[in-house]
Ligand binder design. Structure first.
Ligand code: ADP
Ligand code: MG
Length: 387
């Protein structure tokens, strides 16, 4: 799960990282009011969307009057902001963050990620801040510093100091830098994050270290024990199909194709998507209905797949071990009765109670296309597209 910049800053500040003062606004008038509240003579209006790259997409505006703040706010609110991270669909702007403008002397990149190879949290930093890390790795790869944290010990002072020296920070800033690095690391660890990024972390003209941007992602599987994090969820920023599936406890990933997939088991789901591709089709989603799926769960999964306006065919592929083919067939028949299905449905059943399952499909009298093997099912789905 991702959160907004202002939420990440709220968290980071709780962990001792300095952030600019700011306030949230849902309307242009409120934005102007926030600026008045903050005082000073320069403010930054920032679109709150779950994406970076807002600056170059027009989602970050420096303003020097209340009227400008109000104008920038009305420009951004209600718009879909397309950044290089959002894809063509962009993300809708419903919230703004109005912040005091900082006096930037230096911009640094600081990130915390899970490194799969070492199975540790890795700190990534670069003196070439402001740019995305992907860009830095092309334009200035030698500037990238990496550091692995031992989980039992946590980020150590000497490691944090080493990082500060590596970034060429002034000696006077070392203690502050250690505080920032350790604070961000603790936020990552204590809240089950999967990513923390401060880009840019700035040195101000007055010699302070300030997080000017903040990005955090969290492990969905740990949200149950982090209510303070899960309440930060903003569904308006999520793929509506994925938000719908997540609310129903289904493992679903939305894709761009037109063949909706309902499979049991993540491995079989991946293999089925490959087979669809091989047959010349494009999967619309990944969906694992899980083991022991009751007819009700199958129905829920069906509704989730049908949420996607772009789908032209549904492919149900079940290899029942713990599952039961008759339950799945039952669910498919119920889906016809309860959901409005106007497109071809291809069903391939195999494994436990397969005879009973096939009988239920055959006796239903519904226009369900049945297949015996995965290859046939993929082929038939692609053919059904053309029909
Ligand atoms: P994004 O990464 O989505 O583009 P950032 O928050 O990093 O958004 O903002 C982009 C750039 O805008 C920053 O690199 C910085 O130069 C400038 N900026 C952002 N916030 C402020 C601020 N409060 N004061 C001054 N400049 C800012
Ligand atoms: Mg940024």
């Amino acid at each position: 799960m991702d959160i907004h910049e202002y939420q990440a800053k709220e968290i980071l500040s709780r962990f001792g990282v300095t952030v600019p003062r700011g306030g949230l606004a849902y309307s242009p008038e409120q934005a102007s009011y926030r600026a008045q509240e903050l005082g000073g003579d320069r403010w930054v209006v920032k679109a709150q969307i779950h994406s970076g790259g807002r600056g170059e997409a027009g989602g970050v505006k420096v303003c020097s009057s209340f009227a400008e703040v109000e104008e920038a706010a009305s420009e951004m609110l209600g718009k879909r902001l397309i950044t290089r991270q959002t894809g063509e669909a962009g993300k809708s702007v419903f919230r703004l963050y109005v912040e005091e403008a900082a006096d930037i002397a230096r911009e640094i990149y600081l990130g915390f990620v899970l490194d799969r190879k070492t199975e540790r949290i890795m700190v990534v930093a670069s003196a070439s801040g402001g740019m995305e890390i992907e860009e830095i790795s092309v334009s200035d790869p030698d500037s990238i510093l990496r550091l692995i944290v031992e989980p039992a010990a946590g980020l150590q002072d000497f490691q944090a100091r080493e990082l500060a020296f590596g970034l060429g920070l002034d000696k006077a800033l070392t203690a502050k830098a250690v505080k920032v690095f350790k604070g961000a690391y603790r936020a990552f660890r204590d809240l089950d994050a999967t990513m923390v990024e401060i880009n840019p972390l700035i040195v101000t003209g007055a010699g302070e270290l300030v997080a000017l941007d903040g990005k955090m992602s969290f492990d969905d599987n740990a949200l149950f024990r982090r209510p303070e994090v899960s309440e930060m969820r903003d569904k308006s920023q999520e793929d509506p199909r994925e938000a719908y599936a997540a609310d129903r406890g289904l493992a679903y990933v939305g894709l761009d194709g037109n063949i909706g997939c309902m499979i049991n088991g993540a491995g079989l789901a991946m293999a089925t998507m490959d087979m669809i591709k091989l047959a010349g089709g494009e999967p619309a989603n990944f969906l694992d209905i899980g083991g022991g799926a009751s007819p009700e769960r199958v129905l829920k999964a069906f509704r989730t797949v049908l949420m996607d306006d772009g789908i032209k065919v549904v492919l149900v592929n079940i290899f029942a071990g713990i599952n039961r083919c008759d339950w799945v067939a039952e669910g498919v028949v119920q889906a016809y009765a309860q959901a409005d299905i106007q497109i071809p449905v291809v069903v391939r059943l195999s494994g436990t109670n397969v005879e009973e399952g096939r009988a239920i499909i055959a006796e239903s009298g519904l226009p369900i296309i049945t297949a015996d093997t995965l290859a046939d099912a993929a082929e038939m789905s692609v053919q059904a597209l053309a029909a």
